[in-house]
Ligand binder design. Structure first.
Ligand SMILES: *Cc1c(COP(=O)(O)O)cnc(C)c1O
Length: 397
């Protein structure tokens, strides 16, 4: 090779002798075959191999295996995970793969705002309608199923945003399985450290890894985890590959970094949230505190049966004085930041009435417990004494 460009493109050799300690980021969009027969074997699935990163990538697949393993840890179940470009993409890819036009699903009224919008604006356009039930108990589910036998999936989120209401997972699973309906659970608030939906009979766990699993507010990604390897490898992988909602190697790698400290972070999030909830409960300016770990919370009994290793880092509380009082508190808080995300190492707050729930009618807001004085807190892993004094001074001033 004499030419400059031929040399600058081809004349290099990877200088790697021994294995790096940390998972490498493979940015390549495609993979090389040694010869034609090698390629034929991989394309016909006779031999495992990488083809093109939208189909699968070593960095992403490593993290997928890690996520699947944690999801069923401590049981003899096996699971498979697929990482997606975001939590929303995980939800959309999975439901598009499971439901055809003319079929419908059941869900709860309290859902992540983006999920409700996806169901009402996008899934409806695909011919898939969602029936919302205020209280997911077998009687209410039976009633809807009687008039809508085309229901093919039950979609759950527990604890739910922003009042941390918990749904009895096992009860919903028994009902759905008696009807041959798929069950899907968004486990973003808990992570598999606290709640293991597949062990409770759920067919598919959904994650926005953007939140607790990554934990550092620097990545957007998601995951679909399922027990039925056939469905995962065939129908769901095909949907993901062809709709292109694949994760990218850098976000998968950031997620991998997050996983290393997930247990430590979740333990601290839970311990801090419980202490902050107990502190807020005693303040005369606070009407109520929603935290599944508080015996006074309406979902405490259910939460205890399905949340292990703590009750997570999310809570909400209602102050007297509505939006004006909230405005002053937001201004006074020194440590907690006002930002529309959750699950980061630092403490974050949000006012649902003027943000996530802004486009919902006042009546519906109130029915879901979203009052003007409600503040949602993603309790971080800072020193708890500092957090308590920050919330104390902001609320008392
Ligand atoms: C953030 C979030 C999502 C959406 O995830 P993205 O990664 O932002 O797409 C879905 N469900 C819950 C519970 C969330 O908090």
């Amino acid at each position: 090779m004499k030419g400059f460009s031929t040399n600058s493109m081809h004349n290099f050799k990877e200088q790697r002798n021994n294995k790096p300690h940390i998972l490498p980021i493979y940015t390549g969009s495609s993979f090389v075959f040694d010869n034609l027969d090698d390629s034929i074997d991989v394309f016909t699935k006779k031999k495992p191999g990488h083809v093109y990163s939208r189909y699968g990538n070593p960095t992403i697949q490593t993290v997928e295996q890690q996520l699947a393993g944690l999801e069923v840890l401590g049981s003899d179940l096996s699971a498979m995970a697929l990482m997606t470009s975001s939590g929303m993409s995980a939800i959309h890819v999975l439901l598009s793969a499971l439901l055809k036009s003319g079929e419908s699903m059941i869900s709860q009224k309290q859902l992540y705002g983006g999920t409700t919008e996806l169901f009402n604006k996008v899934m409806v356009g695909q011919g898939v309608e969602t029936h919302y039930v205020s209280e997911l108990c077998p009687d209410n589910l039976d009633q809807i199923y009687k008039t809508h036998p085309n229901i093919k999936a039950l979609y759950l989120e527990t604890p739910s945003n922003p009042t941390l209401n918990c749904i009895n997972i096992s009860e919903c699973v028994s009902w759905a399985h008696s009807k041959g309906i798929y069950t899907v659970l968004d486990n973003t608030f808990c992570t598999s450290y606290i709640q293991q939906p597949l062990l409770l009979g759920i067919d598919f766990s959904i994650y926005s890894t953007t939140k607790y699993i990554n934990g550092h507010g620097n990545s957007i990604a998601g995951a679909i985890i399922g027990k039925d390897e056939g469905l995962m490898k065939d129908v769901i992988w095909t949907q993901l590959k062809l709709s292109g909602g694949t994760c990218n190697p850098f976000d998968a790698w950031l997620t991998h970094n997050g996983l290393k400290t997930l247990e430590l972070r979740m333990q601290r999030h839970s311990a801090n949230a419980l202490k902050l909830a107990q502190f807020l409960l005693d303040l005369p300016q606070v009407n109520l505190v929603n935290y599944p770990g508080l015996p006074s919370h309406s979902s405490h009994a259910v939460a205890k049966t399905q949340m292990n290793n703590g009750f997570g880092g999310m809570l909400s509380f209602e102050v007297k004085g509505g939006t004006d009082a909230v405005r002053k508190i937001v201004k006074q808080l020194k440590i907690a930041t006002y930002a529309p995300t959750l699950g980061d190492v630092d403490t974050l707050i949000m006012h649902p009435a003027t943000s996530s729930h802004l486009n919902i009618s006042k009546d519906d807001q109130l029915a879901e417990g979203v009052t003007e004085g409600l503040i949602r807190v993603s309790v971080g892993i800072e020193n708890i004494e500092d957090l308590i004094s920050d919330f104390g001074q902001a609320i008392q001033s």
